[in-house]
Design a protein around this ligand. Structure first.
Ligand code: ZN
Length: 398
């Protein structure tokens, strides 16, 4: 594995500007194209599995984080509040959970709506010291693939199992396997919510779900969230350092703090449980890993550039093919500068999945010659329509 920071520079995926600040990477067009494709895939996967998506602002009143418990338990990791006046202070959010709790609380809820699955890829912020920041793996502005399932007590276990299943699907599609699973439990000290029964119930439901899902795991006391235990999906980077990508957490605490309720079948008010889950983690840490694990050669469906078109003689013929690819929503670019050999080497260095050469013979016959990056992929001389249809198929998101 190569360091994602070097590959990120070479492939122009992201950039860190000292004037913007450490831990605040800019996604350059190539990195942004890949990220957009992955975000679209994650949204579609979640929609197919019963999620509804929302948008929520990346800051809120300080009061909200007093209520959620973040300020009492998590203030060291948060940016200081911004005061507009003596009674009006705002906080850059350390997590999306309180906003999603407010979505649930937007109106009365019935048991018929549960489990209610809310998803969002949204910003959250962490006041990391500058010494620990590097590339995309540790940042101050985090774009999290987040989701919260509001469910009845008796639905919690199945929802955790379902979250583990979704993770497996997503990780396979993105082309990696986690290095390990960790059950992160409460440790010593005052940073955890003090409710031993709640911790015991939440930990046992996570253990049951891991067993049902057939996942082997290690237990890690002292790694839980302040409000509850969690399953952490661990990765190892090029230097052998371990970090957490995805998580599932069971939370009985925040629904009570925000006084969330639903009406059950008998007409009684009941408290939902919140299952927090991220199937793919933050876009930053996910891409740090994807860049390393694929050595910059992303699968065609999220490659920044999918087809490099190299016209040899008749520029017009190259243009026709480019237009047809674009109409089919393929990411395509026409490359003119330099000899054919130099342009082929350039496309290889950029790890483009497909090169389409349009020579005189191809131009005359209305065809292109496809050369794939990966052995066994679509190749050979094909009529333009057949080439576009074939490329659309092999470049489609899973
Ligand atoms: Zn959450």
């Amino acid at each position: 594995m190569q360091d994602h920071r070097k590959l990120g520079r070479d492939l122009e995926l992201f950039h860190s500007d000292p004037l913007v600040g450490a831990g605040l990477p800019l996604w350059l067009p190539a990195g942004a194209a890949a990220r957009r494709a992955v975000e679209d895939y994650l949204h579609a996967l979640e929609r197919r599995n019963g999620y509804q998506h929302v948008y929520s602002p990346p800051l809120a009143k300080q009061e909200m984080y007093l209520r959620s418990g973040h300020l009492p338990h998590f203030a060291d990791d948060m940016f200081p509040p911004m005061a507009l006046s003596e009674h009006d202070a705002f906080v850059l959010r350390p997590s999306l959970c309180p906003h999603h709790a407010a979505v649930f609380g937007a109106r009365g809820r019935s048991y018929r709506e549960l489990p209610l699955r809310i998803g969002e890829i949204g910003g959250q912020y962490r006041a990391e010291r500058s010494g620990v920041l590097g590339g995309l793996s540790r940042v101050r502005a985090i774009s999290l693939n987040d989701g919260h399932v509001f469910c009845a007590e008796e639905q919690v276990r199945d929802e955790v199992v379902e979250a583990l299943r979704l993770m497996r699907v997503a990780h396979a599609a993105l082309g990696f396997e986690p290095s390990s699973f960790r059950l992160s439990l409460r440790g010593e000290g005052g940073k955890y919510v003090d409710d031993p029964e709640m911790w015991a119930a939440a930990s046992s439901v996570l253990r049951e779900a891991l067993d049902i899902a057939g996942v082997s795991y290690v237990e890690a006391p002292g790694e839980a969230a302040f409000y509850g235990p969690k399953i952490d999906v661990q990765l190892v980077d090029h230097a052998g350092r371990e970090s957490t990508l995805a998580t599932v957490q069971v939370d009985y605490f925040q629904p009570a703090r925000f006084d969330l309720s639903y009406v059950d079948a008998g007409g009684a008010r009941r408290r939902p449980v919140m299952v927090h889950r991220s199937v793919a983690g933050s876009m930053e840490r996910l891409f740090a890993h994807l860049i390393e694990v694929h050595d910059g050669a992303f699968p065609a469906w999220f490659a920044p550039l999918q087809v490099a078109v190299l016209p040899v003689a008749d520029a017009q013929a190259g243009g026709d093919f480019v237009r047809a690819c674009r109409a089919a929503d393929l990411r395509v670019e026409e490359c003119h500068a330099g000899s054919l050999g130099a342009r082929i080497r350039q496309a290889a260095a950029r790890k483009v999945p497909f090169v389409a050469v349009v020579g005189e013979r191809e131009a005359a016959g209305g065809s292109v010659s496809l050369r794939p990056r990966d052995p066994g992929a679509l190749s050979g001389v094909l009529p333009i329509a057949a080439a576009v249809a074939g490329l659309s198929e092999v470049c489609a998101a899973p």
